[in-house]
Design a protein around this ligand. Sequence first.
Ligand code: ZN
Length: 387
Amino acid sequence: MKTTLHTEWTVGDICKGFIYDKNEGKGLFGLDGKLIIQPEYQRNYIYGDGKKDVAVIESLLKGYPLGLIYFVLNKDGMYEVLDGQQRITSFARFVNQSWPFDVIRNGKPRTFKSLDPDEQKRIVDAPLTIYVCEGEPSEIQEWFETINIAGVPLVKQELRNASYHGPFVTKARAVFSNTGNSNMTRWRTYAKGDPKRQAILEAALDWVSGGDIDGYMSVHRYDTKIDELKNHFDTVIDWIDSVFEYTGSEVCGLDWGRLYNQYHVNAYSKDNVSKRVDELLSDTQIDHRGIFEYILGGEKDTKLLNVRVFDEKIKKAVYDKQTKEAFEKGISNCPLCALGHDNNSKRRYNYNEMDADHVTAWSKGGATDASNCQMLCKTHNRAKGNR
Ligand SMILES: [Zn+2]
């Protein structure tokens, strides 16, 4: 992995040969044809709001630096913008007057052409600070994760798309990152997140690769077809549909790729499954997200339901231990009473005067086992429950 600092390129250099695609809302090329401004993995251009784009030009007119910009040098000798695409597209739009906008100078709106020559010169001669990095995908990804990029940081899958950019990512994005795709609503019932932030693509890759997204992307990087990815994703979604009728929020973001692999060879009655889902959903003492795998596994693994209530055996054992330790220290066996300074601080409660409490709240993933159980006096338990 090699990074090189470039300070010789100016705004004018980058604007040379700038092409803006208004239909796609993207700045495409610059630097006299050597720079890809809007690679596939980048977010679409979002600065075209008459504020952020104007702010970029005003910074240049005042001589403020635009901040660090990052390019990747590809094997074919082309540069790609890794970070800085919004700023570059803004100044290039202005200077080249493609989809032009105005800035206010001396109370009047000005396009680039109507600025004073010295102001025009100040913009195009403005130096930029650009890091160019070369290396293996994993190196670039790792390096990119460690630098703290201005604005919204890229999510993991956006980083992967950057690292493994190529025909496969392009095709896959056209299907899975396209909010206009007519399947998107159905897909998002089961796969969680924003397609524009690559979450649906990430789920599809996760499912087909059995969790090894990087491995899969690196093997298929130069593929021109995405049939396997697409077919597997469709297969999993169809399978979920064929087993479960329920489409509430509890099914969104479950580990469906793994569930498919583990359970798709089993036969299920959709009617019975529906009935059991409804019954279990009405039970407020269990984790509703665990219901689906619990049913798929034949209702054997109760751990999946992450039950909220401690059983008597655990409560009794915790009570005995707590009471013995408190007795040795001469303090109350309710740990919250023991912290106080009134008469209760030494009070010894009977078992039936206490209730079991999750040290880490059940709603925050705290387990219902002895390690996460404490006995509190009824008053403190109620007070804690009401927080
Ligand atoms: Zn207490």
